[in-house]
Ligand binder design. Structure first.
Ligand SMILES: NC(=O)C1=CN([C@@H]2O[C@H](COP(=O)(O)OP(=O)(O)OC[C@H]3O[C@@H](n4cnc5c(N)ncnc54)[C@H](OP(=O)(O)O)[C@@H]3O)[C@@H](O)[C@H]2O)C=CC1
Ligand SMILES: Nc1nc(=O)c2c([nH]1)NC[C@@H]1CN(c3ccc(C(=O)N[C@@H](CCC(=O)O)C(=O)O)cc3)C=[N+]21
Length: 299
């Protein structure tokens, strides 16, 4: 039976530290960290995440601003809002909820965010800093950053020489996760939809990070006994046992089976999801420190 990594508890520790740092910053400089979240359209799942982010930001003592734009918003209008937020001295972090509707060029929108306010860590400047090892000044994407913190709760800082397999190569999760594991001296393989014999590859891994977007795809017999499993997946599947039309949230890993084999595993919900929000708060707090000319704390 694996140790179940409690993402909610670790996230609460991070947000507590962020709250203290935000209080101290405000007391010494008058600067209150400000986070703006922009959402285009009415996707209900996105709205839940955005509401969670707003609630946590307020609990940390931040100014939290939400901009909900209509589904048919055009590129120019969104870029206009970003320009306003870029120059607004009360805002230190900007997050544009992805995915964006098809009429909008998401890449152009991300590159329009001022790198020093890019708390998602998606701007080329921050991507480049992470991949070249400038981690002191980079904003690291929140989901991989949170996944690393969870890994370190069970493997301490001893990832050195371990074999890690990251399933998924997105710019948001898979690639930054690769960079973070590599920087921690793991030997990292990134798998994707064209990978040959993924089950066999996974069995070589001391650490499996699943970021695929396919419910319960990673089976128990893909996991090497004693491995650590980080399940990034967030999939809503029908749950008729909970009543007609009900759904439940599952990861990319068959938790029931993997939990019998792994040494440690993150649950869904209650694993990587809460950590993503906590790391967003940490990044926004760091951005506010820099804007106020103060050395940011480490979270
Ligand atoms: N916890 C959190 O806070 C967050 C959770 N998520 C969740 O993480 C998951 C991944 O998100 P994201 O990275 O944005 O997703 P993407 O859809 O951008 O990327 C998915 C990746 O998985 C690969 N893939 C798809 N099918 C297979 C397969 N059968 N075998 C092997 N690899 C496969 C794709 O390969 P290819 O490149 O070849 O197409 C791609 O690289 C989703 O469930 C998402 O909801 C995402 C962000 C935050
Ligand atoms: N620019 C941008 N940045 C993101 O970081 C970003 C994004 N766009 N688009 C969508 C994905 C997804 N994401 C999640 C954050 C928190 C939970 C979360 O808190 N999950 C809870 C449960 C939520 C529930 O019950 O629905 C948990 O796992 O315990 C989930 C998913 C951030 N994303």
């Amino acid at each position: 039976m694996a140790h179940i990594i409690d993402g909610k508890a670790v996230a609460a520790q991070v947000t507590e530290k962020v709250t203290e740092a935000a209080d101290a910053l405000r007391a010494s400089t008058g600067v209150q960290p400000g986070l703006a979240v922009v959402i285009v359209g009415e996707d209900p799942a996105s709205k839940v995440y955005v509401a969670n982010k707003g609630r946590t930001a307020r609990a940390c003592g931040f100014l939290s601003v939400e901009h909900t734009l209509p589904e048919d918003t055009d590129q120019a209008a969104l870029l206009g809002l970003i320009e306003e937020l870029n120059t607004d001295p009360a805002i230190h972090g900007i997050l544009v909820q992805l995915p964006l509707p098809a009429q909008i060029d998401a890449g152009a929108v991300i590159q329009a965010i001022a790198p020093e306010k890019d708390v998602d860590g998606f701007h080329f400047i921050n991507v480049g800093k992470l991949s070249t090892g400038e981690t002191e000044t980079a904003f690291v994407p929140c989901t991989p950053a949170g996944s690393m913190v969870l890994l370190q709760t069970v493997m301490e800082r001893d990832l050195s020489g371990r074999n890690a397999v990251v399933i998924g190569r997105s710019n948001i999760v898979g690639k930054p996760m690769f960079n973070l594991l590599l920087a921690a001296n793991a030997t990292v393989t990134v798998a994707h939809s064209r990978t040959a014999d993924l089950p066999a590859l996974c069995r070589t891994a001391d650490i499996v990070v699943a970021a695929v977007g396919r419910p319960q795809m990673v089976k128990g017999d893909w996991i090497r006994p004693g491995a650590t499993v980080i399940d990034v997946g967030m999939n809503r599947i029908p749950a008729p046992e909970r009543g007609e039309g009900k759904t439940r949230l599952v990861g990319d890993v068959d938790f029931e089976a993997a939990e019998k084999v792994a040494a440690a595993i993150t649950p869904v919900p209650g694993g990587v999801g809460p950590m993503t929000i906590a790391m967003l708060m940490a990044n926004a707090c760091v951005a506010a420190h820099r804007a106020a000319g103060r050395t940011p704390p480490r979270f």
